[in-house]
Design a protein around this ligand. Structure first.
Ligand SMILES: Cc1cc2nc3c(=O)[nH]c(=O)nc-3n(C[C@H](O)[C@H](O)[C@H](O)COP(=O)(O)O)c2cc1C
Length: 356
């Protein structure tokens, strides 16, 4: 018998997708998403990919648990059997995701052998059939995440044909990782870096199909590029940069949406409360803190923070230590800032050495 759904929030009528955090296996679990939500009230968050078969065999409860605060939240599914995908969509309905996304971009071997992920770009009609069945199974938006092509597929005609087929099935929202996937010879990790990015190809698609919402993904690592690509696409999806340097979510919030900067200390106060509740529920501190190692990346104190989380707090059960650790880093940072200001005011003074 399935556990009762944890989440009973009602879905927002409209989802703002100008900023989203990409689905990332082993990374964007529920703890990570809770943390990202504190850094960005605006971003649409994605789960890790779950296969339709996993849901149908092991039950939705195991994969769908999340906190109400994570909304808006999209579930990413993997699969290529239209009926099985539709059943999976029905099975997850009680969890009230705001969107369901089909993975047509993941190049891993495991995924290819099950005939889903990026290899489906070669089968536009099958993807269209999947989307038709998924749409018939639920009223929430059904979206696709894909590449601009695979292997020797023609990046122009091939992508246009794929998108047109999917659009004919009623899909209007596409997340486009703007590089090909090379299905033989490259590891999944290499496939995220080696095939060249081609934003212009992605933009030509947006120009040709202005009726579709096209969200640019791949290689966006600065606030400036996120903001500038938001101007010509419907929005941007950020993966590794959001995970490795999560404070970029607050910085984009400031630059793109006029938000006040999020206080890292406030975030850590809330994460300490969250961790306390999770630890009481049997969770390990490290399962939560592993997602927060990059919080100070690019700022003074980054290395000290990683060390405290990775070593000192690893087996800790008192979650409040998390807040204390952040407070210590914040005072390091404040001291560094005032030293820097002093130095700038009187440049002749000897520089004070501070570890970062
Ligand atoms: C660790 C990791 C796991 C990923 N898992 C998935 C996944 O489950 N589904 C998916 O569509 N893409 C997955 N991706 C790809 C990302 O969603 C994204 O498309 C890719 O990293 C490019 O965006 P970025 O350059 O902003 O990171 C994964 C990426 C990473 C780094």
């Amino acid at each position: 018998m399935e556990e009762k759904p944890h989440n009973t929030a009602t879905s927002p009528a409209h989802i703002d997708r100008r900023l989203s955090v990409a689905p990332m296996m082993d990374w964007t679990d529920r703890h990570c998403r809770y943390f990202h939500r504190l850094l960005s009230p605006d971003a649409l968050l994605f789960t890790e990919m779950v296969t339709a078969e996993a849901i149908l065999h092991a039950g939705a409860a195991r994969f769908c648990r999340h906190d109400e605060a994570e909304h808006p939240l999209a579930l990413q599914l993997g699969g290529s059997d239209p009926d099985r995908l539709a059943l999976a969509v029905e099975a997850v309905a009680p969890y009230q995701f705001d969107e369901i996304n089909l993975n047509v971009g993941c190049p891993s071997d495991r995924v290819q052998s099950g005939r889903f992920g990026a290899c489906l770009m070669a089968e536009p009609q099958l993807v269209a059939d999947c989307m038709t069945k998924m749409r018939a199974a639920s009223d929430i938006p059904m979206t696709v995440k894909c590449r601009i092509g695979i292997d020797d597929m023609d990046e122009e005609q091939g992508l246009d044909d794929f998108i047109d087929a999917v659009a004919d099935a009623g899909v209007t929202i596409i997340y486009l990782h703007a590089r090909k996937a090379w299905l033989s010879g490259l590891s999944p990790k290499e496939n995220r870096d080696i095939p060249p990015l081609n934003y212009e190809r992605a933009f030509r698609l947006k120009q040709r199909r202005p009726d579709l919402e096209i969200y640019l993904n791949g290689g966006i690592v600065t606030t400036a590029s996120a903001v500038s690509e938001m101007a010509r696409f419907d929005g941007v999806m950020i993966g590794r940069a959001a995970y490795k340097s999560p404070y970029i979510l607050s910085e984009i919030g400031e630059a793109a949406f006029g938000r006040a900067p999020v206080s890292r200390l406030d975030v850590m106060r809330q994460m300490a409360d969250y961790a306390a509740a999770q630890i009481a529920d049997g969770e390990k501190m490290h399962s939560i803190t592993r997602h927060m190692l990059g919080l100070y990346n690019g700022y003074h104190g980054a290395r000290a923070w990683r060390r405290v989380l990775g070593e000192e707090l690893r087996g800790e059960t008192n979650a409040m230590k998390l807040y204390d650790a952040a407070a210590a880093i914040e005072s390091l940072l404040a001291k560094h800032q005032s030293d820097t200001e002093l130095k700038q005011a009187s440049p002749a003074q000897p520089a004070q050495k501070v570890a970062s």
